[in-house]
Design a protein around this ligand. Structure first.
Ligand code: BES
Ligand code: ZN
Length: 462
């Protein structure tokens, strides 16, 4: 039976198995879910074994394990390494979900007339990496696996992939491949398939500003002692100028500027600003002067406050001059910015902004490098041909604003081209309540991945 026939005949089972995986609340950020994260790793191991992998291992790390599996049919054939993550973001706030985040349901939406699976992790990344497991299973069942395949599915992507670097460095030989497939990104739309060729990096900081040594009566002391929340607000406000340009000295020094031609090519991607605003219910977009929305997200760095707190936030009013104020601040980075260097520049500048009346603590949480991948490699060409076959349209290369910190490490240490072969949509509500993944996206992804294996082998051998 052909690979596509097998996919068609097993649709219900392929879908139900994904729903089972989505029922496991594998939230890596919250220790409360520790057992569940391990359970998800077990689930991935069993799925790979059932699909036909010869070797499947749960590789322990100081954190959550990495599931490794492989099927080597002939060492002379090309090898595809698949990377994905079985951990998910916290589902909070639960009350904003229309259905419980770990009880998947299928519902129709405007973007998914054939139905979408609503659950935390459906698009990011369980629904996406599981397409690779099912494509592999289908190729095996058809007796038609064109390339060797290796899987590396981790459980700490959403918390910075702290233990993956060590694993990669210690297992370079084992992970050797000719191409790395990662499905953890978006396409423009079902009508406009695209392949991501750029991801931003990230530096994540936390700051603490302390005024007096204890909370004070805001009448007795207000106006005479620095209020750390007021001070923090002012310090944050001075991190950007009126053109939304970041004011940290040296911040832009290593930013690669694109040529006018590169920029105009980037802006040719289908994008409707009115629709974008309407979907977000904003009257106007906002960002760095001189750049389009596509550029602001794809090729420009930015700085955002993710959370800010301090003082009294309970019911009613309390007159207090608080002792402390806090904020979590992240910066998205572009080539060739270095996240550790940027963390240092931020810290120095942030400290310099503080008046003598407060004390400042700055700590760096985690970070990751930006990445740009080739759109001329054999892997890219095979991905392009596969998408053209299943979508009936040649995909366009795009740059996305999110981060997969490990991509740059793969490029450096494993030396094969990563292909960001995502099948989600930007409306899938990643990290938000009501995350969902189109049923059609899931199946077309499985078919496209199988087509990739065929094209990649042909192109490598010709
Ligand atoms: N799947 C995302 C990355 C992504 C999202 C790429 C949207 C392109 C478009 C990934 O799982 C993720 O969320 N990464 C984190 C990085 C991190 C270090 C926590 C991110 O981008 O915030
Ligand atoms: Zn994510």
């Amino acid at each position: 039976m052909s690979v596509n026939k097998i996919i068609q005949e097993n649709k219900d089972r392929f879908l139900n198995e994904l729903l089972d995986l989505l029922r496991i609340p594998s939230v890596s950020a919250d220790p409360k879910f520790k057992d569940e994260v391990f359970k998800a790793a077990e689930f991935v191991k069993n799925s790979l074994e059932k699909a036909g992998a010869d070797v499947v291992e749960i590789c322990e790390t100081p954190g959550y394990p990495i599931v490794y599996g492989e099927k080597i049919i002939d060492p002379k054939l090309p090898t595809v390494l698949v990377y994905g993550h079985y951990d998910v973001q916290p589902a909070d706030p639960y009350e904003l979900w229309d259905s419980p985040p770990f009880e998947p349901v299928i519902k129709k939406t405007a973007n998914h007339p054939e139905g979408a699976i609503f659950a935390r992790g459906s698009a990011d990344d369980k629904g996406q990496f599981y397409m690779h497991v099912k494509a592999f299973e289908s190729m095996m069942a058809a007796g038609d696996l064109p390339c060797n395949v290796k899987f590396m599915i981790e459980g700490e992507e959403e918390v910075g992939s702290d233990n993956l670097e060590g694993f990669v460095l210690a297992n370079k030989e084992k992970l050797k491949s000719d191409v790395i497939l990662i499905s953890d990104t978006h396409m423009i739309s079902m009508q406009d398939p695209s392949i991501t060729v750029g991801l931003r990096g990230l530096t994540y900081m936390e700051v603490e500003v302390t005024g007096p040594n204890r909370d004070l009566h805001s009448g007795t002391y207000g106006g005479a002692v620095a209020n750390p929340i007021n001070v923090l607000a002012k310090m944050i406000a001075s991190l950007k100028d009126e053109n939304e340009h970041i004011t940290i000295p040296g911040f832009y020094d290593k930013v690669q500027e694109l040529t006018a031609e590169q920029r105009s090519r980037l802006n040719e991607a289908p994008f409707d600003l009115e629709e974008y605003k309407a979907k977000l219910e904003v009257d106007e977009v906002h960002g760095e002067k001189g750049y389009t929305t596509i550029e602001r997200v794809g090729i420009r760095p930015t700085l955002d406050v993710n959370g800010i707190w301090g003082g009294y936030i309970g019911e009613g009013a309390k007159t207090v001059l608080p002792s402390k104020a806090y904020a979590k601040i992240s910066m998205r980075l572009v080539p060739d910015q270095d996240w550790k260097e940027i963390a240092k520049l931020f810290e120095d500048y942030f400290r310099s902004l503080a008046p003598k009346s407060v004390k400042v603590k700055v700590r760096s949480h985690h970070g990751g490098s930006p990445a740009v991948v080739s759109d001329t490699s054999v892997g890219y060409k095979a991905a392009e041909a596969a998408m053209e076959e299943t979508f009936g349209k040649r995909p366009i290369p795009t740059r996305e604003g999110g981060s997969i910190p490990i991509v740059a490490l793969f490029q450096k240490e494993l030396g094969s081209d990563p292909i960001l072969f995502g099948f989600g949509l930007d409306t899938d509500a990643l990290h938000s309540p009501n995350e969902h993944y189109g049923v059609q996206n899931y199946f077309i992804g499985i078919e496209t991945i199988a087509a990739f294996f065929r094209h990649f082998r042909q192109m490598r051998q010709s």
